[in-house]
Design a protein around this ligand. Sequence first.
Ligand SMILES: C[S@@+](CC[C@H](N)C(=O)[O-])C[C@H]1O[C@@H](n2cnc3c(N)ncnc32)[C@H](O)[C@@H]1O
Length: 221
Amino acid sequence: MRMRKKKWARPELAASPFFVDEPEQLLGKWAGSFRKKQPVYLELGCGKSPFLAEMGLLHPEINFIGIDQSADVLGVARRNISAAYERAGEEVGNILLCAYHIERLPAIMNENDRAARIYINFCNPWQKKKHHKRRLTYPIFLRMYKQLLEDGGEIWFKTDSDGLFEDSLGYFAQEHFALLRKTYDLHAEKEWPENVLTEHEILFSSEGIPIKAAIFRKGND
Ligand SMILES: C[S@@+](CC[C@H](N)C(=O)[O-])C[C@H]1O[C@@H](n2cnc3c(N)ncnc32)[C@H](O)[C@@H]1O
């Protein structure tokens, strides 16, 4: 669903210390842009990101980068993150946001910007076959993520879509990712390592749709 234009989003983002206006300038230098040097987790298509706000506070030992193509959506994410940190009496020192198309990730990150983990939460399922190649789990994307993941790095994937989930299990296998965990009903799982809810996860589960999830580890090829 397309979001209505938010006139305040761009100016607020431009004034924010945790929004990166020209991410190309950080190519190879993301680690040095955080307050502390520590492992990096990426969220691709982060949306309004109550997820990042909660994860950032739960894990001060991790630096988070949230990327979304829409500045309007990121304007809301910025407000959500600021409000959560303010409530906790903390400053936002371990999250950076940027507006970018995931297709163009290699223009802003290279082998010096390795991530220990990538989250893909509720990406667009692109149901029509002719659009499958736009899926953020499609093999061409997975090959790109492999360049950015540390050895042993992981991708954590959640979706409401049965079709996207089944196809994605195939895409990850094709690209030699090891499947560590999978579930067809995440909220019924007792043993899942950690699950922080995303905006779309709350929406879909309130409609009774089971959440599918999987964790993959980068292979050695
Ligand atoms: C369905 S929302 C999910 C948001 C959030 N991850 C969640 O779980 O609530 C998908 C988000 O991905 C973003 N997005 C879709 N395709 C993208 C792309 N190719 N590059 C960057 N962002 C993308 C959209 O702007 C949107 O905010």
